[in-house]
Every structure is written in structure tokens, then in C-alpha cells.
Design a protein around this ligand. Sequence first.
Ligand code: ACO
Length: 329
Amino acid sequence: MNNLRPVGIIGTGMYVPEKILTNSDLEKMVDTNDEWIVSRTGIKERHIAASDQATSDLAYEAAIKALESAGMKAEELDLIIVATVTPDSMFPSTACILQDKLGAKKAAAFDLSAACSGFVYSLATATNFIKTGMYNNALIIGADCLSRITDYTDRNTCILFGDGAGAVVIGEVPQGRGFLSFDLGAEGAGGHLLTIAAGGSREPASCDTVSAKRHFIQMSGSEVFKFAVRIMGSATEAVLAKAGKTKEDIDLFVPHQANIRIIQSAMNRLDLPPEKVVINVDKYANTSAASIPLALVEAAEQGRMKEGDTVLMVGFGGGLTWGASVLVW
Ligand code: ACO
């Protein structure tokens, strides 16, 4: 693949809803406290979508900014992929809703479901479309409204999640730049550790599923934690090897923002100093598919990458899944 044309990021944008839910707000809702949440997760606050906002609305705001930063019109887009586990509805896809909102008339559009790994899965998918010449560009968005599938009476989960969207436009870039490698994977046997049980064809929505709260996220936190620590290390090493790089080559590490302790364990394993790691879990919490692009785009807006820097993104999530990529900025 690497002898085909180089593909990289040519535009970035992000959006988080205005409303902020702080740890002290949560103290009034469940039996928890700021000290527990900060020390166990690193999260201080999260953004929550307004009642009239759905995932496509968040995605739209991020997309407009990414197109502007790429200097492109929506009509020029060839492909739109929205990575999400909280689509506006079962169908049409959120990508199709967004295609219409943007007026991206010639773009193919579909959603991709890989939970928190969805953004990297989508990047890999679109990169290969462009490398092989089927398309010239793509708009990739990680967007989720996890607040809509969170049980705010369950202290084990409700402290963890927030809403947001991060977008990139990808296309051909000069030789020596762009995506060098991807490492995607899944351990479907662990799917039950992180799930929304009802609302699909196995357990369709009914009064019983609603009263049993089976439309909310159910998670075995400590099992997911162990998976995350293991996979963040192994996926990072695999994707570096595929790119012909070592951990010393990493200029900026952009991990999935789920828990500061998971990020710190990866930093220890890779000997990464704080200045090489993007951390914004304190402000946005875990925004699932939006997490990595929010971290990447915020770092770009803060001027933390310069041309030629080696950037490594890595995430894990429901499925269970993981996705990592090495990119020359
Ligand atoms: N406030 C106070 N106490 C709490 C809270 C809370 N919000 N939540 C749990 N506790 C209690 C528990 O009840 C437990 O009490 P007990 O010992 O009396 O039973 C105690 O704190 C310790 O609970 P643990 O679950 O062992 O806490 P842990 O240190 O493992 O942290 C956490 C829990 C934060 C959920 C952690 O396991 C984690 O981050 N897991 C990974 C989550 C993750 O990354 N998920 C990805 C989902 S993304 C996606 O795909 C949508």
C-alpha cells in the first residue's frame, strides 16, 4: 500500500456542545464525589448535547470547520464516513443526514460502528479508497452523544461519558507525509463487557426493555480497563513496527481519552514524557468515536504538531475493538 499515493489530513474541525456537566453537578445526581472521579478517571467535566441536538448536529458543526480549514466546498467531497454508536436513528445513517445538511451531493455516505475505535477504523477505510484511486478525498467524523445512552442513576458509568464531534478531511499529500500504517483489530469474545443490550434485532425495544434500562450502556469497568491497558501497548507497538518506526520516533501521542490511568500506563510503557502526549479527558471525558479526533484537532489548533512530526493515534472500545495509526503530519 505504501507505494501508492500518500494520503493524509488536509483539514480539521471540532465541536462540543455548550452545556457543561461538572463533577459537582454529578454529586447531586448519584452517590459520588469530585475526589473519587478525578483520582480514578482524571475527568473534571464533560459537555452534554442540548435536547434539540442529535449526533448529526454535532457532526455538522465539526464538518463545516474541517471543510473550511481544508479550503474545500462540500460539493467537492467524494466520501463521508461518520463513526458513531449513537446515530440519530437506526436509519437513515447519520452520514446520509449529514450529506444532506452539508449539500455534499456527490459524496457516498455511510456510518461505521466500532465504538471508540471508530474514528481510526474510518480513517483506515477512507485512506484505502483514496490510495487506490477510487476517491480523491473524504470527510471523516467521529461523533457521539453518549449522554443519550447513559444511565444517570448509575454511578459506575454516568461519570465517564460526554458528547462531541471531531472531523478531518483527508486527501493526497506530498511524498513522505500522511498515514504510514494502521493496526485494526477486534476481540469479539469480549463484546459482552461493553454493550447496549436492547434496541436491535436480538432484543427489540419494548416496555420491558425500557423499564429494565437495557437501552443504556452496561460495562464491566475493570475488565474493560485491563483490556485497554493491554491493547494500548500492543497496538502501539504493532503500528510502529508496520511503519518502520520505534517509540523514540513519536513526536505526539494521541490516545483515546477514556481514563487518565489508562493513558498513564501507555506513557510508562512507551517512556513518553507529558509534552508528547495529548490529554483532554479532564474537559471532555470519554466521547467515544469523537475522543481521538477531539484530541487530535485540539492539539493541531494549539500548534502542538509541526510539519513532518510523527503522530501516533491509538484507541480501544466496544466490540471489543482497537485501532491505531502512525501519521507524518
Ligand atoms: N463514585 C464513587 N464510587 C464509585 C463510583 C463513583 N462514581 N463508581 C464506582 N464506585 C465504587 C465502586 O462501587 C466500588 O466500590 P466497592 O469496592 O465498594 O464495590 C469502588 O468504587 C471501586 O470500583 P472499581 O470499579 O474497582 O473502580 P476502578 O478503579 O476500576 O474504576 C472505572 C472504575 C473508572 C470505570 C475504570 O474501571 C475504568 O475506567 N474502566 C474502563 C472504562 C472504559 O474505558 N470504558 C470504555 C468505554 S468506551 C465505549 O466504547 C463507549
